[in-house]
Design a protein around this ligand. Sequence first.
Ligand code: FES
Length: 159
Amino acid sequence: MKYTRKEFFVKTIQSVAVIAVPSLLTSVLESCNNNINGPGNPGSTLANVQGTLSNGQVTVNIDSSSPIAKTGTAAMVNFSNGSLLVDHPSGTSFNALSSICTHQGCQINSYDSGSSQFVCNCHGSRFDVNGNVVQGPAGSPLQKYATQVLNNQLIIKVG
Ligand code: FES
């Protein structure tokens, strides 16, 4: 079969497209996937701990049965109005942070114990235990709340 110049040109472009488009799509999708997961350890899903909200304070049991009793641990504290990220760096010292990512509002529920960072698995933002952004795309810190320990109870002031 003989082709005109125009037909030959069109056939050539179609052949190149059939070969190049799937390869290009694969490359673009892999690139997006990397952005979603972000580099580094995605962390482990946090243990859930129940807290009680009363008079602007969330109270959490931290006796030896609590997942955040030991130093170096972290958990998600759930209460009637929401959830908080809590870590226990030492002694009676605790950090309590908003669990809502400042990027696009996903709930953060992972903790990388190796780097002591909370990880948002929607797009890979990472926050230190004071709520500061360690890695974007988030551009603002997580809100931090004051804490106090009293008689095996952690009190987080949210109001
Ligand atoms: S919502 Fe995008 S990184 Fe958390």
